[in-house]
Design a protein around this ligand. Structure first.
Ligand code: ADP
Ligand code: MG
Length: 221
């Protein structure tokens, strides 16, 4: 990132985000699967690993022109995830990334405000598709507080790195907060009260994806 683009994220940064997310998901796939085995069908780690591998592959496979804007990276990654990932999480993550990419449009250098708007668009896409509210014990319980924390940090005038760190920390706390919740959406809702006492797998994976963003922005952005 050169001085002209200081404080802005470019196409390479967004590709790094997806690659870092794929690394964190792969490293934690067994944990995500164990979480899903407790209140679902035990495939979340596999689904996420497959999806993010596909996304990384799509970005490195030469399908994306060298001068593609950051938004195109997210749209490409989202499409790959939808096409390769089973379960509820594939369409949800795919929608999140495609919506975020659309929100970025053709901007070459993404500043903190644009990134915040993209994260907000991702959340809206997930909620439109899945109809989950906060408290339903889903990925929304990690993503919604993350977006709120990002926006609060931005309003305080924080640097992009601090905004994404605030988002990732809020996602971690939001995921933890799903433990006492009873699931009202997705497979875990079939368990009714027996879903209480377990961490929601999709909230856990959402926290990883946001941590990946914080890692990348802390390094270069
Ligand atoms: P499946 O439940 O089809 O096996 P996964 O195991 O990959 O799919 O993903 C499960 C996760 O998806 C849940 O932990 C939850 O976070 C998320 N999820 C399921 N349904 C919804 C929904 N309607 N809205 C938001 N997130 C959801
Ligand atoms: Mg599952």
């Amino acid at each position: 990132m050169g001085p002209v683009n200081a404080g802005k994220l470019d196409t390479a940064d967004f590709a790094s985000w997806i690659r870092r997310a794929a690394e964190l998901v792969a490293a934690d796939a067994d944990r995500l699967t164990r979480l899903d085995a407790a209140i679902g069908d035990g495939d979340h780690g596999h689904n996420m690993d497959r999806g993010f591998r596909a996304a990384t592959g799509a970005l490195s496979g030469g399908t994306l022109p060298g001068d593609a804007p950051p938004g195109k990276v997210l749209i490409t990654a989202g499409r790959a995830i939808v096409s390769k990932t089973g379960g509820a999480s594939g369409p949800l993550y795919g929608t999140a990334l495609r919506r975020a990419g659309k929100a970025l449009g053709d901007t070459a250098g993404v500043d903190a405000a644009a990134l915040g708007a993209a994260l907000r668009a991702a959340l809206e896409g997930v909620q439109e598709l899945g109809k989950a509210a906060e408290g339903d014990k889903t990925m929304v319980d990690a993503l919604a507080p993350a977006v709120a924390a990002y926006e609060a940090a931005l309003a305080d005038g924080a640097e992009p790195a601090a905004c994404v760190r605030a988002a990732a920390d809020a996602a971690d706390r939001g995921a933890e907060a799903t433990v006492p919740m009873q699931a009202r959406k997705g497979r875990a809702s079939y368990l009714g009260p027996r879903s209480v006492g377990h961490l929601d797998p999709g909230a856990a994976s959402t926290a990883l994806v946001l941590r990946a963003l914080a890692d990348v922005v802390a390094q270069g952005g």
